[in-house]
Design a protein around this ligand. Structure first.
Ligand SMILES: [Zn+2]
Length: 113
């Protein structure tokens, strides 16, 4: 399952950070999730709790921040908002779009104790 692998990588990063900055308890993990990333935020909570069990992130709260999708429209010559990957340009209704934002997922920051 896609979300499980993502959560595993989030926990890996958290553990790596914990070694580097020497904290031993994580209270909150803030994640930025792009609107075009195909990640189901609802599934993340559950997966994260499962993957984090027994680590220093056990019981940490997941805070999810949605990042809107963005694309560069070749016809308009500008960046336009994009609701989903299959959508047309909201300005010219064209499809010559290159996605420039909202594709990935990243850890924004951690609240540690
Ligand atoms: Zn356009």
């Amino acid at each position: 399952m896609h979300e499980l692998a993502l959560c595993q990588s989030v926990v890996d990063v958290v553990l790596e950070q914990a070694r580097q900055y020497r904290f031993d308890r994580v209270e909150t993990v803030r994640l930025e999730i792009g609107a075009l990333s195909c990640v189901a935020p609802d599934a993340l909570d559950f997966c994260f709790a499962a993957v984090a069990r027994g680590t220093i992130a056990d019981g940490a709260r997941l805070e999810i921040l949605a990042v809107p999708g963005e694309a560069w429209c070749l016809d308009c010559g500008m960046t336009v908002p994009l609701g989903d990957r299959a959508a047309a340009c909201p300005r010219c209704a064209g499809y010559r779009l290159q996605v420039t934002g909202g594709e990935g997922m990243r850890i924004k920051d951690l609240e540690v104790a």
